[in-house]
Write a new protein. Sequence first.
Length: 149
Amino acid sequence: MKNFNIRVYGIWIHEDEKVLVSDERIADFCFTKFPGGGLEWGEGLKDCLIREWKEELDVEIEVINHIYTTDFFQLSAFNDSQVISVYYQVKPLQMPSCDFQTKPLNFKQLGHEECLFRWIPIQQLTMQDLTLPIDKQIVSLIKQLNKEE
């Protein structure tokens, strides 16, 4: 039997017209994505997003609005499951205290899992900045969201 893998991500468009991304390493696989993660059993989508941002960035967030839900088949990069990703626009209730990176994939320790955060100016954001296929699909939506604000 095949499984579904439901992922929930937050898009934070900063007032400086930048979007927050997460550079992550799991074993030898390095990738750039939007902050968020996997839905756990018994959890709602927004609850998942709030938990993931608290775990990853140690901040409380306001979930503003739904941006996109995957509408095509995508096999997971990590296992034999179908990924369904849900994206929300979010706003942290306080500024995260982490050190924001300026260089992509600027990991400190080899062989360890690591998660770093950095800003990409929306004007410069391209599909090539992101690793995962579904994330690449929403770059144009983020640019449009930024114009509306």
